[in-house]
Design a protein around this ligand. Sequence first.
Ligand code: FES
Length: 490
Amino acid sequence: MSQMLTLSRAAHLLGTTRAVLQRHIAEGRLPSYDGMVTSEDLQKLFPHLSLEDAGAFERVSQIKEQAFGKRVRERVLPNQEVLAERLLAQGEELEETRRTLARYHDLIEGLHERLERALTGPHAALARELRAYLDEELARALGAEEPKDEVAVMNEILRVVAAHVKVKPSGHEFFVEGNETILAAALRAGLAPSYGCANGNCGLCKARIVAGSVRQVHHYDYPLSEKERAQGYTLLCSHTAVTDLVVEMLEANSPADIPPQEIVAKVKSIQPLARDIALLHLVTPRTHRFRFLAGQRAALSVSGQNGNFRGEYPIASCPCDDRNLLFHIPRDEEEDFARLLFSGALKSGDAVSLFGPFGEFVLDKESRDDLLFVACDTGFAPVKSLIEHALSLDMPGSLFLVWVATHPDGHYLANQCRAWADAIETLDYRLISESDLEKAGQVASETALTFAPNRPRFAYLVGPAAFLAAAERTLIDKGMPPARIKTEVL
Ligand code: FES
């Protein structure tokens, strides 16, 4: 019998995005029942899907991760205890199915016997007709060569290797894979759960497990009271999911929900991206993560004998990228921090103080529309963060990026754009070179508007003021409502 699957589970199985499946639904190729799809319909839509392709999910995930520029994570099977509990749960389900089948078998046998006896009674004609019908239908059902439901088989495998989590009250969904904690899985999925240390000390990740069971995978010191335990509270940073879960947890819905933080991170590396742009990679301590929303900025500062070097930059990585924080720093003799960095005085292992986060240039996470991103020069940094976040969230709309460079080596991560477009069917991009800021803004917006002109869209613009003014004016002149445009001045 065909299985009903949520869109996120189906997308997870097929190694695609919800946006792709939603497009198939909207265009009538995939029936949907209250937001669910059947394994049978998926099999029809993807006829070449086979168990051998079950690795497609892993492959596409890996491509996405490489496209994201993420470090390789531990993506292995759950530990033995968790695996044993999940197999036990599946074994119990299988046993229950066997018992049900045995009951149906007895029922059919009993019916057959009664019809045999009735052949000599007053309703013999009816009994003969019913017996013939029964025999014929049984022969057909038992002899039918039905194609194997590969999607359903893959789903059973997925249930063993990954637990599904539904969040209340937001309705967000994500999967816990390998031995990762529920917190790590939620962050990887692009959610913004409440948390602090990620290390079992602060209690900020406390959440209530409404259904399902969890297992401790990391030590924690935060003392949960007996009453909290009895009510089902647990620490998301110290536990993994054993079974599918329903979790009641706090999530940040806007920048106002993220507390100001001040932490000290370490320089992991500094690499040139272009002649006048450097990639600064910071790593936060294990015991103190930096909480922010994609698209926000942070102030960086280094104090030394020669003074205090400070600068404020958009974060170029996604909050889903664990302890890693990336910045694209342009050379700027007027700015202390950039001057320090380009002087070569800042080295791997040095401490950098982080303050923030700042800014409102964040995704409208409930948007179901197509998203247009228009970036000028290092405006690519916050856009990269937003795109990675949108991909992690598996947002339903398509994504379109226009990146304008005002100088020759300005498309310093063009390969990143290519990797996204290669791996993600619902993402496209254009690179434009134009040195005049006003003209650049106009051309970029006109190009962005050529993407999916008949679908609802939301635009995110980032760049110098003159670029932004021209880009925004062009969008509005061409009919885009101002309320659907977000801007960030560099
Ligand atoms: S985030 Fe601090 S205890 Fe979990």
